[in-house]
Ligand binder design. Structure first.
Ligand code: PLP
Length: 405
């Protein structure tokens, strides 16, 4: 494989840093990925050369910023293979994208006695918005469980779906288990009963090729900051049919067509769902991250990260008393684990002092923790810039910490 890891690492200045006088080993990209110079430079370019508010200016800078911003919308459309840019809404992240759908979709289509199926392996961001909406509407959340290997029991779906089911919410990739769910199959089952599906792609978009038309997703959501782009920017893909029928999420400038005290008419898609001044800088710089991922090739990145996943899994399994949560055959670059007799916070704190950045706690996935009956765990996750040498150093550090207990 032609994967120039030295060149890739050179694009991420932060990786050259020491922390606590130790070389930084960043194994927390699933929480947020580091930013390459291409993204940082794009932010600077905008502010040094043509910053202005978009869609409303009558001057060169506003026009240029608008063109750049809308250019990124087209890049995202191509990235997920949506049919039209009208289906690409910018938000401030996966969380806001899901809240938008939970609020607007449920307002329009969900009533008392209705049901929303949510998988047991979801991030809190794909559970709580549905609970809030269900509470408002007198609807009910129904759980789609996973087994101990971290595989969704999709054979149960046929029985879970009934005439009251209004939507299914499921992650493309679990942020704890790393499982890559068969979303195309899930959507196919759901559509046989005319039930739409929202796919949480927060952990998939940086690693898995997305084709919303091929999987036939009704909604697909993700965050720029996990894709080497800025924080505070996210995407909602929604089928035009739904977005046209759903009421606006927020009111304000840009989302309207005409306003009077007698009433308001709304702007066309996608602007109907983009009230107010958006994160102009973030969206424009996100475009540079998309360019970079396209240049390297998502397949190349995925293959590289998969080799890291296999290597690290093998090494971790050699450690006595270590349990990995999530052993599905199709996994993304995420490994969550505990070591018997060691509290996950102690482990993370000591590893941090050795320069290793990872995630610990409930990982915003209490239902996954409850499944395994654990309060929390440790998670390492890989980005395009990680190496086997870093995994070796991590394993040495982990063994040192284990010996302390
Ligand atoms: N969904 C999944 C699967 C995630 O991993 C995350 C973040 O870790 C989110 C949703 C929430 O993303 P954000 O905080 O960017 O809105």
């Amino acid at each position: 494989m032609n994967y120039d890891i030295d060149k890739i690492r050179s694009w991420f200045p932060v990786l050259k840093n020491d922390v606590y006088n130790k070389p930084l080993i960043y194994l927390d990209s699933a929480a947020s990925a580091q930013k390459p110079v291409q993204v940082l430079m794009k932010e600077e370019e905008l502010h040094n050369q043509y910053y202005g508010n978009i869609h409303r200016g009558a001057h060169f800078m506003a026009d240029k910023a608008t063109n750049e911003y809308e250019g990124v919308r087209e890049k995202i459309r191509a990235f997920v293979n949506a049919a039209t840019i009208r289906e690409i809404i910018f938000t401030k992240g996966t969380t806001e994208s899901i809240n938008l759908v939970a609020s607007s979709f449920c307002e329009r289509y969900v009533g008392a006695g209705d049901e929303i199926i949510v998988s047991e392996m979801e991030h809190h961001a794909n559970i709580v918005p549905w609970q809030l909406a269900a509470e408002r509407k007198g609807a009910k959340i129904v759980k789609l469980p996973f087994n101990d290997s971290g595989i969704l029991e999709i054979e149960l779906l046929v029985d879970l779906i009934n005439e009251n089911t209004k939507l299914i919410a499921v992650a493309h990739v679990s942020n704890v288990l790393g499982t890559i769910n068969p979303v195309k199959e899930i959507i196919d089952i759901a559509h046989k009963s005319n039930v739409p599906v929202l796919v949480d792609g927060a952990q998939a978009a940086p690693h898995v090729k997305i084709d919303v038309q091929d999987i036939d997703a009704d909604f697909y959501v993700f965050s720029a900051h996990k894709m080497y782009g800025p924080n505070g920017v996210g995407v909602l893909f929604g089928k035009e049919k739904w977005l046209n029928e759903m009421p606006p999420y927020q009111g304000g400038g840009e989302m309207i067509s005409e306003v009077s005290f007698e009433g308001t008419t709304f702007n066309e898609l996608p602007y109907k769902f983009e009230a107010g001044t958006p994160h102009i800088t973030g969206v424009i710089a996100f475009g540079a991250a998309i360019d970079l991922m396209n240049e390297i090739g998502l397949d190349n990145m995925a293959a590289w990260e998969h080799s890291l996943l296999e290597y690290a899994t093998e090494k971790l399994k050699e450690i006595d008393g270590l349990r990995i949560y999530g052993e599905a055959p199709r996994k993304s670059g995420v490994i969550s684990f505990n070591i018997e007799g060691v509290h996950s916070y102690d482990l993370a704190m000591l590893l941090d002092k050795m320069g290793i950045a990872l995630r610990t706690g409930h990982l915003c996935a209490d239902t996954v923790m409850a499944h395994y009956n654990i309060p929390g765990c440790v998670r390492i996750s890989f980005g395009m810039y990680n190496t086997k040498a870093e995994i070796d150093a991590f394993i040495v550090a982990l063994n040192r910490v284990r010996m302390m207990f």
